[in-house]
Every structure is written in C-alpha cells, then in structure tokens.
Design a protein around this ligand. Sequence first.
Ligand code: TRP
Length: 453
Amino acid sequence: MDKTTSIHGMWSSRLMFILAATGSAVGLGNIWRFPYMTSDNGGGAFVLVYLGCILLVGLPILMAEILIGRHGRVSPINTFRKLTRESGVSRHWVAIGWIGIVAGILILSFYSVVAGWTLHYAFLYVKQLAGGAAITDPGATFAALLADPLELTFWHALFMLLTVAVVALGVEKGLERAVRFLMPALFVLLLMLVVYGMTTGFMGQAATFLFKPDWSVITGGTFLSAMGQAFFTLSLGMCTMMTYGAYLPREGVSIGRVGIAVALTDTSVALLAGLAIFPIVLSFGIDPAGGGPGLIFTSLPLAFESMPFGIVYGLAFFGLLAVAAWTSSISLLEPATAFLVERFGVASRKRAALGIAGLSWLLGLLSVLSLNVWSGVRILDRDIMTFVEFIANDLMLPLGGLLIALFAGWALNRTILREQLSDMPPVLFTTWRWLMRVVAPALVLIVLVRAVL
Ligand code: TRP
C-alpha cells in the first residue's frame, strides 16, 4: 500500500510545510480577532486563559491532526473512513470530517468578508497616495464601509476569487511565493509598530492591560471565547491541519517540532499584534475595553495618519494582512475541495474549489447584510455574522477538536502513534497521549458545558 504520498501533491520540503501551516495559522485570527477579543473580554485574564488553552489543548491537538493526516494521506473524511477500517473501530468517527467541512464553509463565509475589509483599507491608502482624502475620522470611515452592502460584497467577492484561484491551482504551486517573503514582511511590520508603540509612552499601560489578569471580569463565556480563539488561531478542529499533514513527507520531519514551531510563531504574532495595537489605542485616548470587531480599523489609521510615511505604512500593513488572510482562507477551502477531488477525480479540482467557495460566498452575504440592512436581526442575542462566528468558532471547532483528541487518544493504536511520533522522547510521548485521552477532552468539555449552563 502506498502510504508515502497523496494524490493532491506533496509539500516540496519540510520548510514548505512549516510555511504553509504557519500561513494557515497566522491570519485575521491573530491580528484582527485576538486584539479585539482581548479588548472585549477584559484583557490579561483572557490572554492567560488563551495561552493556557494553546499549551494544554491547542498544541497537542495540532500534533494529533498532523499525525492523523500524515498517516491517512487523503482528505479528512476519507482519512477517517480508512483509519476506522484499519483500526476496526466505529465508522461514526467519520462525522468529524463532516463537521470540519461544514465549519470550514461557515468560517470562510465571514472570514472572506473581514478579509474584504482589509482589501478595502489597502485600497483607501492607495487612493490616498494618489492624492485622495486622508482618513481623519477612522470611526466614521469604518462605519461608512459597514453601511454599504455593495462595497462590502465587492471586496468579499474579490477576496473569495483570490482564494479560489490558489486552491484551484493546487495549494503547493499556488502558495510557495506568497508565504516565503510576504509573511516575514508582515512580521517585520508588526515589530516596527511595536517600536512605534514604545515611542507613544503607553507601552507600559498596554502591557498591563494585556498581561495583568483581573480575574473579576472572568465568566464562563470568557473561557469559551478564549478556547474558541485558541482553536481558531491555530486552524484547529476542522481538519485543516490534518489535510496539510496529508501532504507532509514522512522522512525527516518531526511532527512534535513542526507543531511547536507553528504554535510558537502563531502565538508570537498574536501577542505582537496586541503590543502593537494597544499603545496606539491608549495614546489616542480610546478605551482599550470593548473595542469590538472594528478595533484595528478604527485605531491603527490614527497612527498611520500621524507617523512619517504613515500612508505607505498603512498600505503595506493592510495589504500584507490581506495576504496573511489569503494564506489562511485557502486552508479553509482545501479540505472540502480535496474531498470532492477524491470523489470526482483530479480533473475536477477547479470546479470543486469554485463550488465550495461559491457556497461560502453566498453564505457570506448574510454576514454582509447583517452589518447594515439586517443589523436589527438577532439570534441568541447576536447579529447574524457574530452568530455564525460563535457557532463555528466557539462551538464547532472545540467540538471537532475534542473528537479529534479522543480519536487520536483512544481509537488509534499505540503503534501507529509511535510510528508517527517516532522521535519524541518516551516521557513526552506518554504525556501527549494522556493529554489526548483525558486532559484536553476534559478541558474542552468543561468549558463547553460551563458556557452553555
Ligand atoms: N487560523 C486562521 C487565522 O488565525 C484562520 C483559519 C484558517 C482557520 N484555517 C482554519 C480557523 C481552520 C479554523 C480552522 O486567521
């Protein structure tokens, strides 16, 4: 049996896998969502719970996903079909793959809308360079964008087309250049913003807000948000990393190490984003709490308008953020596309990608309209976009992750696990296995139950 390659192609090197997995992980989750979730959930305590979730739940499940993928070598649904047969366990585990496909389509629907905002902002700076008006009142600029369904739909569509283009070509071919240079560029830009933050004199206060826990503001909902954010930012719980793992060569790649590399990079980018944004927020006299989804769009332009070369900087920042979102969105589309390709043949890749993305785009229109025409519509106290985000990020991803952990911990036998994690020292292997069997599932379950009750 050929277990060493996948029909969808393989990463050309270990570095390529790390770039792709990091490209998937680092995106709007780090730079748009992490700061505003921190802002809305009271700062330090949220950040600490989030970091705990990354370490005890996220990182181990990340390894599990890569491992299951590399062992299965096909798209998630077929991987579960194959592995349940091979291990002689219940076929019901295949449901994990289906949850993943649905979650992916839901997430992509609003992800593409928000990525559209970043494209729109990049364009605003292009216009400014060409002599257009400055963004003097970012709050009003942002509100004007949200109030305009056509404008939102246009950028949402453009971003979705960019995503389809890469996935239709095959992820490996489409991705390599984007991640190798542009992601490090974004990292440098963030570092420069942190340095700018230091010159504002508000870095101390920002760091206090980010890292000093105030446990009095914590509720069951905070834990759920932190857990959901941990899954979202690491691209976990919907078999994305499993799909990427399926294209990972067996030789010379340590799943433990690449997992750590991806989790560390992702976490650093999120923390850097926090350290970049909050000094700016504070220095312009904005309340760091309760910033909402508009946080980076209403705060960063203030800094860009007042710093030297700020317009170029603003263009680079939002442009590169769109690229980061792009390397993430393709990973949302790839699992479902790979499944259809296995079903209908390699020649169908373009149509498969287009079909799934089209569905997601249509669903995204609900998010677009919930920002304006349907802003009054409430489901469980949320507008439509926030509701979709809640169902997918906070419920489906943790649930998917919980099942993936149980599958790795109980359904797969030790020999398979050991073969995939062959370089892991015995103590770490045993620790990881018990994290999968008991600790991670229990933590996820407690958080889910606490939030619902
Ligand atoms: N992790 C990405 C981000 O932080 C988003 C993302 C890509 C994702 N693929 C995913 C989230 C799979 C959940 C599952 O922006």
